[in-house]
Design a protein around this ligand. Structure first.
Ligand code: DAT
Ligand code: MG
Length: 142
């Protein structure tokens, strides 16, 4: 089934000028970009986006980091997009991510791991709607 998922090129990767290389890896893996924007989230927006992690030990560090600079947000489309994109990015901790994955190539720590990918179809829909209105996505109905 063709699915959509949400990717975020995180502030560490943007600061290190890796936007182009990461988008190349994503498109070479067969994902079609159906929405894209450059965003600098406020702390409050980052807290809202990561609401499911509120109360976890890393929540403060995570939301401070995600609001520390601009990010590139991408809505991606592909057969089995959610599962395949998680495989492309690799494990949360870059030290545990398989060689060739985006986090292995570009992440530097468990917190600063270069990229986000939705973990389920349900969360993908919520996360895409968090950043994009219908008219900002390709192939929307008029
Ligand atoms: P993932 O992004 O692989 O889905 P997650 O949903 O468990 O991982 O956590 C969201 C983000 O929070 C993760 O990409 C990086 C950060 N994070 C998770 N666990 C952490 C930890 N133990 N220390 C620091 N940051 C952490
Ligand atoms: Mg997650």
């Amino acid at each position: 089934m063709v699915e959509r998922t949400l990717a975020i090129i995180k502030p560490d990767a943007v600061r290190r000028n890796l936007i182009g290389e990461i988008i190349t890896a994503i498109t070479h893996a067969g994902f079609r970009i159906v929405g894209m924007k450059f965003v600098h989230m406020t702390k409050e927006q980052a807290e809202h986006f990561y609401e499911i992690h509120r109360g976890r030990s890393f929540f403060e560090e995570l939301t401070r980091f995600m609001s520390s600079g601009p990010v590139v947000v991408l809505a991606l489309e592909k057969e089995r997009a959610v599962e395949d994109f998680r495989a492309l990015i690799g494990a949360t901790d870059p030290a545990e991510a398989l060689p060739g994955t985006i986090r292995h190539r570009f992440g530097t720590s468990k917190g600063e791991n270069a990229i986000h990918g939705s973990d389920s179809l349900e969360n993908a829909a919520r996360e895409i709607a968090f950043f994009f209105s219908q008219t900002e996505l390709l192939d929307h109905s008029p």
